[in-house]
Ligand binder design. Structure first.
Ligand code: GDP
Ligand code: MG
Length: 297
């Protein structure tokens, strides 16, 4: 079916011997309340193929997210196993105390790294349950004029602990021209405020043209403009995920309507291994060194 996610191509990203063991990947969503975080997760992964197993849980997910919740699903494609964990977070304004909304989330990321650090010392590597977060989708409002001061502060808190991938939520409420302008502005603001977001690694010269082209297109899509939906419709004989409005239908997986497919491709087909490596080799390593320095006098 067309609903499959596509991580079976992961073996291209990773050494063969790891394929049998399977992969784990943990993705977090963060941002203001009501920007479509929970809905997007549903649209990104828990689609078609996995629906029978997942659907009972998604209705639960669609409720207002009031605490940090983790959900893990084991999915398999073409013999490749992926253990996908989604960390959903309450949006600003959903938590009881929204004065310092970044704290519980930053603390959560810290705790996962700290747990790994302790396990690394205390147990065989194969037994470690790695719960570190590999990627954080940071939701930016489509209604504002760019980043809000809170977004800047929040991302600055997050950047040392997780790979940030910025997205514009509910992008269906912007026209194409508005979207391009907003993306450009947000990219400039990210640069101006020196916010460290996930960087697509530069292509090696031996990478093929298709890959290079895709990588370029990916970079220019940042922040990904996403549209989520829990509704499926038959359109021209295909089942597609849509948002239906009185004036027409937005197909969330149509690249002309949203960057959802780019985002999914990046997460599972092309950059999952890169996100995992950056988490371990850069972010975690820096965390470990900071912790070591804190101990020694
Ligand atoms: P969260 O608080 O960020 O998790 O947001 P939810 O996923 O719970 O969505 C909040 C509301 O926005 C719900 O009524 C959704 O149906 C709606 N919604 C979700 N995604 C989109 C989107 O892409 N576009 C539009 N227009 N509405 C959306
Ligand atoms: Mg939510």
């Amino acid at each position: 079916g067309k609903s499959f996610v596509g991580f079976a191509s992961l073996p291209h990203q990773i050494h063969r011997k790891n394929v049998k063991k399977g992969f784990d990947f943990t993705l977090m969503v963060v941002g203001e309340s009501g920007l479509g975080k929970s809905t997007l997760i549903n649209s990104l992964f828990l689609t078609g193929l996995y629906s029978d197993r997942i659907l009972p849980n998604t209705s639960e997910m669609m409720k207002r997210t009031v605490g940090i919740t983790r959900k893990t699903v084991d999915i398999e494609e073409k013999g490749v196993r992926l253990k996908l964990t989604i960390v959903d977070t309450p949006g600003f304004g959903d938590a009881l105390d929204c004065t310092d909304s970044s704290y519980p989330i930053v603390d959560y990321l810290h705790q996962q790294m700290e747990q790994y650090r302790m396990d690394e010392v205390g147990m065989p590597r194969t037994q470690i349950k790695d719960s570190r977060v590999h990627c954080c989708l940071y939701f930016i409002s489509p209604y504002g004029h760019g980043l809000k001061p809170l977004d800047v502060a929040f991302m600055k808190e997050l950047q040392a602990k997780v790979n940030i991938v910025p997205v514009i939520g509910k992008a269906d409420c912007l026209t194409k021209a508005e979207l391009l302008r907003k993306k450009e502005r947000i990219r400039k603001e990210i640069e101006f405020h020196k916010i460290k977001i996930f960087q697509f690694s530069d292509c090696d010269s031996d990478d093929d043209i298709e890959w290079t082209r895709q990588d370029h297109e990916m970079k220019n899509s940042i922040p990904f403009a996403v549209v989520g939906s829990n509704m499926q419709l038959r359109v021209d004989g295909r089942t597609v995920r849509v948002r239906a409005y009185p004036w027409g239908v937005v197909e969330v997986e149509n690249p002309d309507h949203s960057d959802l497919v780019h985002l999914r491709t990046m997460l599972v087909r092309t950059h999952m291994q890169d996100l995992r490596e950056k988490t371990h080799d850069n972010l975690y390593e820096q965390f470990r060194i900071r912790r070591m320095n804190m101990r020694s006098p």
